[in-house]
Design a binder for this molecule. Structure first.
Ligand code: XMP
Length: 525
């Protein structure tokens, strides 16, 4: 195991993911975790991440007391990156000071001596790296040597071979350090002698074993499928372990996209052989949403209604089986459970305060189901890989995210007014199909149409019209937390707008959303 201690760098998750891509299992926990939480994981290598702090600032985070003794007595290799390097220097008796020249951005470094960190590289070899630090090393702790310097001659890499401590002042994990991955690889495989034996096939087999051990031979498990990748992969995995003692439910709340219910059910039943009950609750949801225009009120109503339906489903099942289901499967992913060390004032927390996110599968408080979260150590791309091994169709795995409250947050204002939902479905379908035909679908994080609660004047077939306006939104993103609007070619947009106005009755104007997140959010409500 390679354990990453997070000191608040925005790249910590990236390091964890990159190491896993090298087939080495890695986990990330807060840099201020207790010594027991660290030693319980029994790591072979510990990476101390970067972070926005200065080792001199008040409340600067640090590893726990006894850490140095623990790693040395257990022969653990330690690599500090940026802030991590400075922590090593400071804690082992060296000196870190405010840098005379700060180093931000692309820099060149040169190898100073034959060393562990740069393996085959020879003295004088240069490489371009990404630096981002204000403090610098003024004095090394005893026994350490400088193995690379920046063009400004500040310390870029250090090591102490016999004590197994290493440090990189730059960020090897980012693409702006083109040889960074090679350095990390050399460190893990040649210096630490880690073996590349973490494979998704093993994860699958291990998870199936764990699930079988968790669920008693007579126990039943329930799962709400949203139509998204995570719940589908989680359910398929659990189904592999316990077969038809898994009971899935898919709720059509009337807020789904064009033909979504049919398409999703077909995948579940025909391709995944999952036992799914489809509940048509369109009327129930739309009745509750009638006249509601406040986005938060809509979200809360939908969340509540979903829980009622889910509750009924569990009760019906109990009736049928003569016993209560024991577990509830959720598709929680690693980024949702990762315990990180957010920099002060960053606003990075685990709770969304901007919008009340509703996740399908919300747990009714009095149901007393135990949670089963078989994907909780995996990142999204790993879940997709697991899905591929489980034969989940590729097209399904690559679907853009779709919010729990569905089209209710894409029809601004009253969802039930006129035929807004129907118009939106048609517009959205044209937009998405055009994106697919242009080969752009996989380049975009999320694309969709929004129905605006206004009318504008147009002229169609020599007639004056007073019809609806729709907006097109497409963004690129890594994790949905920030996003950039996507640049379509003008010809593409022209073509889509023409198709929409020509084939969707009631629309005479198409606009494009050209804001990023922040200041906007991805969804409009
Ligand atoms: P926002 O609009 O907050 O969305 O920028 C970020 C990402 O989250 C999705 N989203 C949701 N997902 N339940 C979900 O499961 C929700 O209530 C919800 N609201 C927004 C959104 O589509 C985007 O991918």
């Amino acid at each position: 195991l390679v354990l990453i201690l997070d000191f608040g760098s925005q790249y910590t998750h990236l390091i964890t993911r990159l190491i896993r891509k090298l087939s080495v299992f890695s986990l990330c926990i807060s840099g201020t975790s207790s010594l027991k939480s660290i030693s319980d994981l029994n790591p072979r290598v510990i990476i101390l991440s970067g972070g926005p702090h200065s080792v001199h600032s008040d409340g600067a985070p640090s590893f726990p007391q006894g850490f140095i003794e623990y790693v040395e007595s257990n022969g653990i290799f330690v690599l500090g990156i940026c802030y991590g390097l400075q922590l090593i220097v400071q804690k082992l008796g060296g000196e870190v000071r405010v840098g005379e020249k700060q180093e931000y951005g692309r820099m060149e470094i040169a190898v100073e001596r034959k060393c562990d960190l740069f393996g085959e590289k020879v003295v004088g070899d240069r490489q371009s790296v990404w630096m981002s630090h204000g403090d610098e090393v003024a004095k090394l702790p005893d026994g350490f040597v400088v193995v690379a310097r920046s063009q400004q001659s500040s310390v870029a890499a250090i090591e102490n071979h016999s004590r197994r401590f290493y440090g990189l002042q730059y960020h090897p994990e980012v693409t702006h350090s083109p040889e960074g991955m090679e350095t990390l690889q050399n460190f893990l495989f040649n210096v630490c002698k880690v073996t590349a034996d973490w494979k998704m096939q093993d994860v699958l087999e291990e998870e199936v074993k764990v699930i079988k051990g968790m669920v008693g031979p007579e126990d039943h498990v329930i799962c709400a499928l949203s139509g998204g990748v995570d719940s589908a992969v989680a359910a398929t995995l659990v189904h592999k372990a316990i077969g038809d003692r898994l009971h899935c439910v898919f709720v059509d709340n009337g807020l789904l996209r064009y033909k979504e219910r049919e398409r999703v059910m077909e995948t579940f039943e025909r391709d995944l052989h999952l036992p799914v009950t489809c509940i048509d609750a369109t009327e129930q949801f739309l009745n509750k949403l009638k006249g509601v225009i406040d986005p938060e009120a809509k979200r809360k109503i939908i969340g509540r209604e979903f829980i009622c339906i889910f509750d009924d489903f569990a009760r019906d099942l109990e009736h049928k089986l003569g016993k209560k289901p024991v577990f509830l499967v959720q598709g929680t992913l690693y980024p949702d459970v990762i315990e990180s060390c957010p920099p002060p004032g960053s606003g990075r927390t685990h709770s969304h305060t901007i919008k009340s996110h509703h996740n399908v599968g919300g747990l009714p408080k009095d149901m007393k189901l135990k949670l089963m979260e078989p994907l909780k150590l995996l990142f999204k791309d790993e879940v997709r890989e697991l899905g591929r091994i489980l034969n989940v169709p590729g097209a399904f795995l690559k679907r853009h995210p779709f919010p729990g409250p569905g089209l209710a947050v894409r029809v601004l204002g009253d969802v039930t007014e006129g035929n807004a939902l129907d118009i939106l479905r048609q517009v959205d379908e044209i937009f998405i199909q055009s994106i697919k035909e242009a080969g752009l679908y996989d380049l975009i994080w999320q694309a969709f149409a929004v129905f605006l609660p206004i009318r504008s004047v147009g002229v169609q077939g020599d007639q004056r019209t007073h019809s609806h306006v729709v907006a097109l939104r497409a963004v690129t993103s890594q994790d949905g937390m920030t996003a950039d609007w996507y640049y379509f070619k003008h010809e593409f947009l022209d073509d889509v707008a023409r198709k929409i106005c020509n084939s969707v009755r009631g629309v005479n104007r198409v606009v494009q959303d050209i804001t990023s997140k922040p200041p906007s959010t991805i969804e409009w409500e």
